[in-house]
Design a protein around this ligand. Sequence first.
Ligand code: BG6
Length: 509
Amino acid sequence: MEARLQAPSVRGEGERRPPPFTAVIFGVTGDLTRRKLVPALYHLEREGLLPDRFGVVGVARQELGDEGVRALVEEAAGRAGGTAAERTRLAAFARRFRYLRGDFDDPDTYRRLAAALGGEEDAGGARARLFYLATPPRFYPRILRGLGEADLSREESGAFSRVVVEKPFGRDLATARELNSVAEGVFRESQVFRIDHYLGKETVQNILVFRFANGIFEPVWNRQYIDHVQITVAESLGVEGRASYYDETGALRDMVQNHMLQLVTLIAMEPAVAFDADAVRDEKVKVLRAIRPMTPEAVRRNVVRAQYGPGRVGGEPVPGYRQEPGVSPTSTAETFVALRLFIDNWRWAGVPFYLRTGKRLARRATEIAVQFRRAPHLMFSRTATPELEPNVITMRIQPDEGIVLRLGAKVPGAQVKIRSVDMDFLYETAFASESPEAYERLLLDALVGDSTLFTRRDEVEEAWALVTSILEAWAGEAPARLTEYEAGGWGPPQADALMERDGRRWRQP
Ligand code: BG6
């Protein structure tokens, strides 16, 4: 039984079946539960990846009852289909859910939860437990302590007790450290799963496979051959009813601290000795530690922030950020950030990493472009190569998931004329099967105890250290109004200038 608590060393499907468990979702009535957790659990069950014996206890403050939570579950998972058999299956899935009304601040909630979980014990032993913190983040410390006080973090008879903590994990370095200390007071690090859903995306996992399962890329993956790296996470959506969260958060905390810095670590890390949780995360942490810290002066030079104004997205007029419902008309939350980083280590010395992310940009596109240096000497005449661009490997994370290699090729004809062409690998055409949703993958990983795709304590703190230095520099500036960019474009001209200053430019995804 003990072996089940270990991360599997080989990822055969057989080994990835969790033992009987009860999941406890704090914040079961929230948006994340409906949009991601319930559909992911339902899909995992339909795929036969969950054990026969599992149940879910949903905790929230509303008066809802078992029937209420089941109706919510059916609605959230119901998009899957409408045949009679499907409805029966869905109803059976929903019956696995029970509801516990409780205030997260009230110690009694955890006592009642412990009693409810005690009633679920399997004959002959304890049931494994997965606690999922899907509440607003201010409740995280209280819930963690409550679990500790009710002795719910103890693992007995080989049955695990684990906690999944949603982002944002803290608001800055100090609060992230505090939250880590609270978690550490209750759980061991191996029981804590800090989620970053980007790591659950197939294309993100493929970065490591691409780099380390192929012999041809690693020899050129360094400062000798790479000119720069640029990472774009563009969204066409605005704040979508999350104004109260977003307005306190901004793009730097919402996207850069977690998703974008995770992409940087995967592109830049050294090969790990094995694809297991500690080996991989040891290497990722080293990258974060090597990122050059930013002084306020460096922040002024290397970081651009802006907010979207009115414009048109997909042909439709959209309001500016400060006109969005729920956003203060004087808000200074940034909805766009671009930055230039350096990783001061042997492999990357002198290679800039340019990052940009924003809401209400021209289109949804996440991609990483690794641009190589030009050939050292071109034996072809200048007239033969007017359109020749440097080699670029682009990893398209979403949409149109794939990898593209840009190279120069001879235009057919009697003369030597060279043009850039693309060698394109598309997931959709190469693999018939659909990729699982990020949350499915991550939930299953948490249930089998594999934390490779979750962020470790030191990792989250290193990422916050960098982001906090930027936040502090901004706090010292306190502008009345941020630069505005037009919704539906690619951000403010200052973001272009950040690259143009270095003689480079953003690729158009
Ligand atoms: C979330 C952010 O973590 O990631 C959102 O809070 C953002 O603001 C989302 O929209 C983007 O995720 P995805 O998977 O759509 O790229």
